[in-house]
Design a protein around this ligand. Structure first.
Ligand SMILES: NC(=O)c1ccc[n+]([C@@H]2O[C@H](COP(=O)([O-])OP(=O)(O)OC[C@H]3O[C@@H](n4cnc5c(N)ncnc54)[C@H](OP(=O)(O)O)[C@@H]3O)[C@@H](O)[C@H]2O)c1
Length: 190
């Protein structure tokens, strides 16, 4: 089944997304940005179903243990090395295609609604370069923090910036003195 792949990411101006296994702005909390992430990834279009979040191993372990798995979502962790899913994760997959395959087989087939890719960098890159219908939910953090993990810039031959999207606030946002904008990009050729 071909599904829309939704990536969600918060990026610094230099396209940095992480530092020392954490978010670049840590320990500053961007509470409303986090609420936006929760709302977007948690809310299914069909109330009887659940959304799935797919993430790399390091992103899984970057989530505080008390918040794993991300609640009300099916959590899939990708790893080439792990043999069993880390404690609390619902599923383990050895590559992205296997993760998608899981969604179309067995118990998940009827349960899964939206698919959200929540990092890290190689996974975003892989999804951004795939064919098919993709959306990128991007928080543009307008302040530069020191980063050691980056994503590529969006290829505007492949994506267009949408003027608005249901549920995504428009205009300048601010948390704890850090300003940011929400953007949504959609793949042009599905
Ligand atoms: N700003 C944001 O929105 C955001 C979002 C997510 C994460 N982050 C930050 O980014 C950093 C973590 O991201 P990262 O890029 O370093 O690591 P990551 O992608 O989360 O994890 C990398 C690991 O995941 C597994 N993996 C990734 N892609 C895979 C694939 N296609 N198939 C199989 N396994 C795969 C591999 O695990 P094995 O080594 O076990 O094989 C790989 O070593 C942290 O600093 C985190 O806070 C930021």
């Amino acid at each position: 089944m071909s599904r829309i792949l939704n990536c969600i990411v918060a990026v610094c101006p230099d396209m940095g997304i992480g530092k020392n296994g954490n978010l670049p702005w840590h320990p500053i909390r961007l509470s409303n940005e986090l609420k936006h992430f929760q709302k977007m990834t948690m809310t299914p279009s069909d109330e009887g179903k659940k959304n799935v979040v797919i993430m790399g191993r390091k992103t899984w372990f970057s989530i505080p243990a008390a918040h794993r798995p991300l609640k009300n979502r099916i959590n899939i962790v990708l790893s080439r090395e792990l043999k069993t899913a880390p404690e609390g994760a619902h599923y383990l997959a050895s590559d992205f295609s296997s993760a998608l395959h899981l969604l179309d087989s067995g118990e998940l087939e009827k349960l899964v609604d939206q698919v959200w890719i929540i990092g890290g960098s190689s996974l975003y890159k892989e999804v951004m370069e795939r064919s098919g219908h993709r959306r990128l939910f991007v928080t543009r953090i307008l302040k530069q923090f020191d980063c050691d993990t980056f994503i590529p810039n969006f290829d505007m031959d492949k994506y267009k910036l949408l003027p608005e999207f249901p549920g995504v606030p428009v205009g300048l946002q601010e948390d704890n003195g850090v300003q940011y904008l929400f953007e949504v990009y959609e793949s042009i050729k599905h």
